[in-house]
Design a protein around this ligand. Structure first.
Ligand SMILES: Nc1ncnc2c1ncn2[C@@H]1O[C@H](COP(=O)(O)OP(=O)(O)OP(=O)(O)O)[C@@H](O)[C@H]1O
Ligand SMILES: [Mg+2]
Length: 152
């Protein structure tokens, strides 16, 4: 586990970009944990940048899924309202796409569908401009985490 502090929206975007660039290439899923305004959508903008996504990433709050073409396709899932949609939603289709990358906000109601290996980012609101961001590797050797802030 590594803990970072960012002091602006831009720093959080940069951290998201660096995390993806440092990540082992076969890891394709990032879970985001954090309250409203913690910065989940903001860090997703940085993740998208690292994947070569050109479109503007917004919160998918009123849709479950937004797909962004890039060098790698970004699937941005917000499962906050999943129970209104029902459980015939095929999360596996996105998670198992070898050529895609999946970011999941509010992932915990689909625990049984999550892949074995993923990175979890825990974002905490400290004050208006400051966020604390923990990087947790699940079933992944966490040595890559030491390189995050050295990547350009
Ligand atoms: N250090 C920081 N990192 C990220 N966002 C910051 C930071 N400082 C200020 N902000 C602001 O905080 C807000 C974070 O909003 P964001 O939409 O990313 O949160 P969220 O976790 O996705 O919330 P929601 O659950 O409502 O979708 C943005 O308005 C952003 O400009
Ligand atoms: Mg959001």
């Amino acid at each position: 586990m590594r803990k970072f502090t960012t002091n602006s929206r831009e720093e959080t975007i940069e951290l998201g970009e660096k995390i993806v660039k440092a990540l082992p290439k076969d890891v394709k899923v990032i879970l985001l944990d954090g309250n409203l305004s913690a910065g989940k959508t903001t860090i997703t903008k940085g993740i998208a940048k690292a994947l070569g996504v050109k479109g503007i990433v917004n919160s998918p709050t009123f849709t479950i899924l937004k797909t962004y073409p890039g060098d790698v396709t970004l699937y941005h899932l917000d499962l906050y309202r999943l129970n209104e949609v029902g459980n015939d939603f095929d999360l596996e289709d996105y998670i198992n796409d070898e050529d895609g990358f999946t970011v999941i906000e509010w992932p915990y109601q689909v625990n049984q569908l999550l892949p074995d290996r993923y990175v979890e980012l825990k974002l905490t609101f400290i004050n208006e401009d400051t966020r604390e961001i923990e990087v947790h590797s699940h079933h992944i050797n966490d040595e890559w985490e030491a390189n995050i802030w050295n990547i350009y």
